[in-house]
Design a protein around this ligand. Structure first.
Ligand code: FA5
Length: 340
């Protein structure tokens, strides 16, 4: 059976000898931990002869309560002392500048998208949003790519477990949606959004990237309108000195088709790597809307014509700010993001 008065005296003396918080915590474990002396003394109440049990229990509880109160008081006092010690040792320099709260900002891709929207708004284009999860019919077939058409190989596709449902590989299926909604009205829209391709990730290609599609349909839209629109856009975004190059190309949904390149500054040491030694970076595909696509959208190719383009804003941002790795866009490294 524990000697309660001896236990209390010892505990109080040891508590008084504690000089810091760590010592206090050790004291607490010694007396009130799982195997703590006070806890064990309380448990022993069952072994006490019945006639002494009541008195023993009361005394043990009194000691417990009073030691806990003493410990709590000592802990509070020790914390105050520690604060005083640190204030007098380190001093408080009220002339130090305050800590600034970091300010958030728009992601560089959001900024470039808004810049693109602004330029096309000036040219009379409205924004039309289209879905990212598409069906095979709209992403391929209605764009003149029947099943097994070899052109489908140009877009490595993420399919879903639902047959015929996929992540759009480009914003072009939006052309079908907007045509079917607005036919037979003339159209002048851009369709921005995320696209997905099952491709190898490199410094210039990602599996997830944005595109901005453009579509203009009317009764006398020509290739000259397409070239004029793209040149006006490129020079507003990059400056008048930047050169635009049109190369003939192939897309199943345009006829004729072109690819548009912008010259990369020759003095940039990354020029060779990013332009594969050509000095030009491809920023978009484009062309005159194919008669079959016009028909699928509800328009009569005898009466209507149109142009379309699809550009990659990440590639455009790389050009504008000399960014040498496309993976930085979705890497979420603040050191990169806070530069814009
Ligand atoms: C297309 O996706 C066509 N739908 C574009 C088009 C629209 C042509 C309308 C004609 C009429 P392409 O696969 O070339 O084309 O992609 C267009 C642009 O998206 C490219 O020029 C490039 O800037 C960007 N892009 C393509 N793949 C990636 C990728 N993996 N990572 C980043 N940007 C990409």
């Amino acid at each position: 059976m524990a000697d309660l008065s001896n236990l209390e005296q010892r505990a109080r003396a040891e508590l008084a000898a504690c000089t810091d918080e760590a010592a206090l915590r050790i004291w607490n474990t010694r007396y009130f931990g799982k195997q703590g002396e006070v806890i064990l003394a309380l448990k022993e109440v069952g072994k006490v002869p019945p006639e002494e049990r009541r008195a023993y229990g009361q005394e043990a509880n009194r000691i417990k309560e009073s030691l806990i109160a003493a410990y709590d008081g000592a802990l509070v006092k020790e914390k105050e002392l520690a604060l005083e010690r640190s204030l007098s040792a380190e001093g408080l320099d009220v002339t130090l500048p305050g800590r600034t709260t970091p300010r958030g900002r728009l992601h560089v891709s959001t900024r470039i998208m808004r810049e693109i929207y602004g330029i096309f708004a000036d040219l009379g284009f409205q924004i039309y949003r289209s879905r990212e999860v598409e069906d095979d019919l709209t992403n391929f077939e209605l764009l003149n790519m029947p099943p097994h058409h070899p052109a489908r190989d140009m877009w490595d596709t993420f399919h879903t477990t639902t047959p015929g449902v996929l992540l759009r590989t480009h914003t072009s299926p939006g052309q079908i949606h907007v045509m079917r909604e607005l036919c037979p009205e003339p159209i002048r829209v851009i369709l921005p959004g995320m696209c997905y391709r099952y491709e190898a990730i490199t410094t210039r290609s990602e599996i997830q990237f944005q595109q901005v599609e453009g579509l203009a349909i009317g009764t006398s839209v020509t290739m000259a309108d397409l070239k004029g629109t793209i040149t006006a856009f490129a020079q507003r975004l990059f400056g008048k000195e930047r050169q635009v190059r049109f190369r003939s190309s192939y897309f199943p949904f345009t006829e004729p088709s072109i690819e548009v390149d912008i010259d990369w500054p020759k003095d940039d040491p990354n020029a060779d790597r990013l332009t594969k030694g050509t000095g030009w970076l491809e920023i978009m595909g484009a062309g005159m809307v194919h008669p079959i696509v016009l028909k699928n959208g509800g328009y009569d190719p005898q009466k209507h014509s149109g142009f379309a383009f699809g550009m990659g804003p990440q590639r455009i941002t790389m050009l504008k700010y000399a960014i040498d790795d496309i993976r930085l866009f979705w890497g979420n490294d603040v050191r990169f993001l806070e530069q814009f």
